[in-house]
Design a protein around this ligand. Structure first.
Ligand SMILES: CCCCC/C=C/C(=O)SCCNC(=O)CCNC(=O)[C@H](O)C(C)(C)COP(=O)(O)OP(=O)(O)OC[C@H]1O[C@@H](n2cnc3c(N)ncnc32)[C@H](O)[C@@H]1OP(=O)(O)O
Ligand SMILES: NC(=O)C1=CN([C@@H]2O[C@H](COP(=O)(O)OP(=O)(O)OC[C@H]3O[C@@H](n4cnc5c(N)ncnc54)[C@H](OP(=O)(O)O)[C@@H]3O)[C@@H](O)[C@H]2O)C=CC1
Length: 256
């Protein structure tokens, strides 16, 4: 539906690009002319994804844990040496576990904050300093979650994602002189590998509580990211776009 050249000559890094939503984003970017780097912790997952993704265009992977500053530094150097530039960063890597708030251990809280807030911050700051600020051009898309009415059943990720949303707004202002745009995408419940982490009883009947009566698809999230990363969204920054079939507005989704 978009021009096949929408992202021609763009270099894009997608964290968590080896599975689910991230893989769909990587595929959509490749199909629209970009060269793509996917990054995450597990090499086997990245290798399997690469075999599929490279049939759509120029793609490679880098093993990187977004919680580890040294690995992020190495990733930035690697991209500088290989691609020489970075145009778009998609901070998609993340995750959490469902738990009643009173049962979350200190380690559990820190693990989720580290993964979703600190990891996203470290990636954004390092890649902006290495590429976007000196280039005076850059684009960041942060995948968060549907936190519109809080995030009952997963308070740790609700807090982390709210932090990322605020960071998105703040940096959109601070870095506007460098021509860097940042936006957030807030998916509702998306039919994706990520849902395998949740017990079946939690997933039962979810669609009934979504106004559009279905889950979203990874391709639908990818299309939104494609739009935000492209010149079609040239005047959009500091925004959060929900893609949730209306779930933020109505219905009890989380059974706690
Ligand atoms: C109704 C459906 C709504 C869907 C909406 C959202 C969907 C999605 O986001 S889908 C994406 C899902 N994908 C993932 O979540 C994958 C990534 N997730 C993770 O990697 C983990 O969740 C993680 C961030 C917590 C992993 O961190 P890590 O540092 O590797 O964790 P550790 O194993 O070292 O554990 C640290 C700490 O956390 C406690 N913990 C981990 N998992 C659970 C769990 N399932 N339940 C309870 N507690 C958990 C763990 O026990 C440790 O704490 P201590 O035991 O106190 O040391
Ligand atoms: N599916 C859904 O309904 C929703 C998903 N989201 C969010 O969208 C994003 C993608 O989710 P989805 O595709 O469904 O789930 P997946 O579990 O398939 O994707 C998560 C990805 O993040 C990577 N990852 C996790 N932690 C790290 C880390 N510390 N460093 C580097 N990579 C990491 C994983 O790869 P590896 O294991 O190799 O590190 C994996 O590829 C996540 O942030 C998720 O929380 C938000 C709302 C709803």
């Amino acid at each position: 539906m978009f021009s096949k050249e929408l992202l021609k000559d763009q270099t894009i890094l997608v964290t968590g690009g080896g599975s689910g939503i991230g893989k769909a984003i990587a595929k959509a970017c490749l199909q629209h002319g970009a060269q793509v780097i996917i990054a995450s912790r597990k090499e086997e997952k990245l290798q399997t994804a690469l075999e599929e993704l490279q049939t759509y265009g120029q793609c490679r992977y880098i093993v990187c844990d977004i919680r580890e500053p040294e690995m992020i530094s190495k990733l930035a150097t690697d991209i500088k040496e290989q691609e020489g530039k970075l145009d778009i960063l998609v901070n998609n890597a993340g995750g959490q576990f469902p738990s009643r708030a009173e049962d979350i251990s200190n380690n559990g809280w820190n693990a989720v904050i580290n993964n979703n807030l600190n990891g996203t911050w470290l990636m954004t700051q390092t890649l902006a300093k290495t590429f976007f600020i000196p280039q005076k051009q850059g684009n960041v898309v942060n995948i968060i979650a549907n936190i519109f009415r809080g995030f009952p059943g997963m308070v740790h990720t609700g807090a982390a994602r709210a932090g990322v949303e605020n960071m998105t707004k703040t940096l959109a202002v601070e870095w506007s002189p460098y021509n860097i745009r940042l936006n957030a995408v807030a998916p509702g419940i998306i039919k994706s590998t990520g849902l395998e982490q949740y017990p079946p009883e939690m997933l039962k009947g979810l669609s009934d509580n979504i106004p559009m009566k279905r889950l979203g698809t990874t391709e639908e999230v990818a299309n939104l990211c494609l739009f935000l990363g492209s010149p079609l969204a040239a005047y959009i920054t500091g925004e959060t776009i929900y893609i949730d079939g209306g779930q933020r507005l109505w219905g009890d989704v989380f059974k706690i």
